[in-house]
Ligand binder design. Structure first.
Ligand code: HEM
Length: 439
């Protein structure tokens, strides 16, 4: 075998610097070292679009570690077989793919409109909890339709369990140690599962499976028959939290940009003026007409990808961008730096929603966009997320002008559990003149 070509190390960029400011070190690594760089021996960062895409697509060389947030509960008889996993994935995707979401826009829009209408005006409001509440209502309803109200309180507890687990601790306990956070997680997961089980049984015994995502999961496949109940129950806590967790982070960044770019917000408001007065009457054609709003959402996701760093581990010694990576290495994929590469996007640090539109105002594809990942583990909920966020953005801008409280930014950019605007507060003033509002 020839000489190994190892990715360059970033001077002064080891774990110590990394843990102080991960975004800054990631940017410096991309600037100074290029495509792939070494954070520590055995830990590499794919910093530009080509190696990021290669790692995500080549899932045999760079498998995604099975580190489920909600591992199968003890009572589950066994891990699902590869066939069951494939069946469960295909079933979920029937409910989550773009055409399925497009057919249910009228169920998503009312929650987005309600979020905007209930925003208290004239005072500083903490944004993320309110957005999370609204997005959980929309997401859980999308998964479970009329059974959503039963499950929503349990979904909120699942989120809390996730927050507690994510709190940084000085000590990394082995996976099998039942720390208090893990016991709390398991209790909440069990509670959610026990609330869901009678719903699954009722739907199956009545034969009315439902045409939501749960209904799709209960449809027997021609090849494998019905999924075992435990497989259905084990996969849904993770998907349930996914419907509102990353979307909440995205919503924080979007609303901040509406506040900081009033002309862009005006343009969104103008577009949103043509939405039907009754949100439940919104169709996918209405959504398609929100071209600038969609471009704005994409642009915010480009600049601030909530999942800004994805983790893989090499299964065997392999090549990546002219480098040799040993088996068992960690490879961090960084959409954040891939999106801020001037070869992908002109003036990459500028907020320019128009870059996602061509001269006629139709959607354009100017360069790398990895906010939803790519390849076999790409985001299952991308269509749902784009729909929820576009409608939330449109309805908010239609109702309100947003502004930041005076003084230095009152929020913190957190990078540990995704890129987020922790503690963000914004103030809304109504766009609609008082008189016409109450006529
Ligand atoms: C703005 C919102 C969202 C963002 C930025 C986002 C981002 C991502 C990214 C980057 C991945 C790939 C992770 C990796 O390769 O390691 C992913 C995976 C996933 N996402 Fe999303 N997501 C969002 C919303 C959603 C929603 C609404 C759902 C609801 C169903 C969802 C469900 C999933 C699932 C199930 C996976 C795992 C796929 C797999 O491992 O095979 N996501 N998401």
């Amino acid at each position: 075998m020839g000489r190994m070509n190892v990715p360059p190390r970033l001077p002064g960029g080891g774990f110590a610097a990394w843990s102080r400011d991960r975004l800054a070190v990631a940017r410096r690594g991309a600037d100074e070292c290029g495509d792939v760089w070494q954070l520590e021996p055995g830990v590499y960062v794919a910093a530009t679009a080509a190696p990021c895409e290669a790692v995500l697509r080549r899932a045999e060389d760079f498998p995604k570690a099975p580190s489920p947030l909600f591992p199968p509960l003890k009572g589950s008889n066994r891990a699902p077989t590869a066939e069951e996993r494939a069946h469960a994935h295909a079933a979920r995707m029937r409910g989550l793919r773009a055409q399925a979401v497009a057919a249910r826009v009228g169920e998503i829009a009312p929650g987005a409109a309600c979020f905007a209408e209930q925003w208290p005006t004239g005072q500083d409001v903490e944004v993320l909890p309110a957005a999370r509440h609204a997005l959980a209502e929309i997401g859980v309803r999308y998964l479970f339709s009329e059974d959503a109200p039963t499950l929503l309180p349990f979904a909120a507890q699942l989120f809390l369990a996730r927050e507690v687990l994510a709190r940084p601790s000085r000590w990394e306990w082995p996976r099998w140690v039942p720390t208090p956070a893990r016991r709390f997680r398991t209790r909440q997961q069990a509670a959610f599962t026990e609330a869901l089980r009678p719903i699954v049984r009722r739907r199956r015994s009545s034969g009315r499976l439902g045409d939501d995502v749960l209904g799709q999961m209960l449809q027997p496949s021609a090849r494998y028959g019905p999924l075992p109940e435990e497989t259905v129950l084990d996969t849904l806590p993770g998907i349930t939290v996914a419907t509102f967790e990353a979307p909440t982070r995205a919503a924080g960044w979007i609303l901040l940009h509406l506040a900081r770019h009033p002309r862009a917000a005006d343009r969104v408001a103008a577009e949103a003026a043509s939405l039907p007065a009754d949100p439940a009457a919104t169709t996918s054609a209405d959504l398609d007409d929100l071209r600038y709003t969609q471009a704005l959402v994409r642009e915010v996701l480009r600049l601030h990808p909530p999942s800004w760093l994805l983790t893989r581990r090499t299964a065997r010694r392999t090549e990546l961008a002219d480098y040799t990576i040993d088996a068992g290495s960690t490879v961090l994929v960084c959409p954040y730096t891939a999106h801020r590469d001037a070869r992908e996007h002109a003036e990459p640090d500028e907020f320019r929603p128009e870059r996602w539109l061509d001269d006629s105002g139709s959607p354009a594809d100017p360069g790398a966009f990895l906010s939803f990942g790519t390849g076999p583990h790409g985001c299952e909920g991308a269509a749902l997320a784009m729909t929820m966020l576009t409608l939330l953005t449109a309805h908010t801008a239609r109702c309100h002008r947003l502004s930041e409280p005076p003084g230095p930014p009152g929020f913190q950019v957190t990078t540990f559990e995704g890129l987020a605007t922790a503690g963000l507060r914004l103030r809304a003033t109504s766009r609609v003149p008082e008189r016409s509002r109450f006529r």
